[in-house]
Design a binder for this molecule. Structure first.
Ligand code: NAD
Ligand code: USQ
Length: 382
């Protein structure tokens, strides 16, 4: 199948592009490389050295004989996007290409406006391009578990049966997101659901949990294929951040009480979930929602696991509860359904101490690249 991986230079997109290429699909990456520019803006970096996108795809071709096309440009430039659709004629459009950091979206007005216009308008352009150039194309869109927030009831997959004043309906699950970034995903979901209804488009909205790990079978073949590994207070996410903090000898930064419970999955499973969505497309006109995670943990629990494996590797690891820069519940109910992907064949890679140790070892190997002053969070919600 001809597949566009938008955001294919990023943390989830790069391993996905390699995996789909290995499966025999004709993969085209679309990316405006803004994430590399944001590293410069923040004075930050990936803990692992990452090659340019051109070098990455050249190396992949050299090692496997498989060509991944690249289109450098912005989803918000509709002429560019239209030309990509004309040239590629995609059967699936995998959409990772958004500003994905909640703290980045909360820095100030400019960063909130950038996040929502980049994400919401970029996604709207993709919907129009599908309608105009490839009406049969399956949109596989990365959403987030954070769209739901922390309701005091079970989280369903996108929809909930409600009985009200004697009448019943299946309605979109209520959304209570916790940042302007997470809100952008809710706006995307609404736009996709509406476009499916009026234009008969097919779409799968993947409400993904926090992704941990960094390597997949494909990225490990050669150092030029390395994936990025974020650790700073803006782009680093909970478990990966703790592992890197343990490696560099920094106290693990649990925000507040640490009872914040979140859904997680291994990067290997991100890639598999996308494959499952590609192989089992939504029907024309269908807006489908899958909760894409395999397990959930509290933040404190993850810090404790990191401390345990760190100490097994001879590191001295300390957990510190720091003032929470976010406005969020630090203790709450959390139970979410994730059966759709499992029913379609996902075999989860669950979190084990072996997996934690493997990631920790990569962090230790690259620890001299860490810019220590970037570790503490700077953006606050207030
Ligand atoms: P990332 O920042 O590493 O990658 C995103 C890529 O998209 C970057 O290469 C960036 O240059 C590109 N991009 C951004 N805006 C673009 C635009 N307008 N036009 C073209 N390219 C653009 O992020 P990631 O961690 O790989 O996340 C990918 C997607 O998955 C995001 O939509 C994110 O919200 C979602 N997600 C990520 C996680 C996670 O833990 N990383 C969890 C849940 C959901
Ligand atoms: N946290 C800490 N210490 C840290 C970093 C984070 O206690 O050093 C806490 C946060 O306060 C929060 C939780 O850990 O309660 C998760 O924070 P995070 O930065 O790991 O994740 P989040 O901001 O939610 O965003 C990440 C990705 C985003 C994706 C989302 C999935 O950056 O793209 O959408 O995870 S989810 O959380 O399911 O919405």
């Amino acid at each position: 199948m001809n597949i566009i991986v938008a955001g294919g230079d990023g943390f989830c997109g790069w391993p996905t592009a390699l995996y789909l290429s290995k499966q025999g699909h004709d993969v085209a990456i679309v990316d405006n490389l803004v994430r590399r520019k944001i590293d410069k803006e923040l004075g930050s970096n990936s803990l692992t050295p990452i090659a340019s996108l051109e070098k990455r795809v050249d190396k992949w071709k050299e090692l496997t004989g498989k060509k991944i096309k690249i289109y450098i440009g912005d989803l918000n430039h509709y002429d560019f996007l239209s030309e990509v659709f004309r040239q590629v004629n995609p059967g699936a459009f995998i959409h990772f290409a958004e500003q994905r950091s909640a703290p980045y979206s909360m820095i100030d007005r400019e960063h909130a406006v950038y996040t929502q216009s980049n994400n919401v308008l970029g996604n709207l352009n993709v919907l129009y391009a599908i309608k105009e150039f490839a009406p049969d194309c399956h949109l596989i869109k990365l959403g987030t578990m954070g769209e739901y927030g922390n309701p005091n009831i079970d989280i369903e997959e996108g929809f909930i049966e409600i009985e009200h004043k004697g009448r019943k309906d299946r309605l979109p699950y209520p959304k209570q997101p916790g940042s302007f970034y997470h809100l952008s995903k809710v706006h995307d979901s609404n736009n996709i659901m509406f476009a499916c209804k009026i234009w008969n488009i097919r779409a799968t909205d993947l409400n993904q949990g926090i992704v941990y790990g960094l390597r997949t079978e494909e990225t490990m073949i050669d150092p030029i294929l390395n994936n990025r590994f974020d650790y700073d207070g803006v782009y680093g996410t909970a478990l990966n951040r703790f592992l890197i903090q343990a490696a560099v000898g920094y106290d693990l930064t649990v925000y507040g009480k640490g009872g914040q419970t979140r859904a997680f999955l291994n990067i290997e499973d991100t890639v598999r979930c996308i494959e499952i969505a590609v192989n089992n497309p939504a029907k024309r006109g269908e807006f489908r929602v899958f909760n894409q995670f395999t397990e959930y943990f509290s933040v404190l629990n993850l810090a404790e696991k990191t401390k345990e494996v760190g100490e097994e590797l001879g590191l001295k690891v300390n957990i510190q509860h720091i003032k929470n820069p976010r406005v969020e519940l630090e203790e709450h109910y959390f139970h979410a359904v994730n059966t759709n992907l499992i029913d379609l064949g996902l075999k989860p890679h669950l979190l084990t101490s072996e997996i934690l140790k493997e990631v920790l070892k990569v962090a230790i190997k690259n620890k001299n690249r860490a810019i220590i002053e970037n570790i503490l969070p700077k953006a606050t919600w207030r």
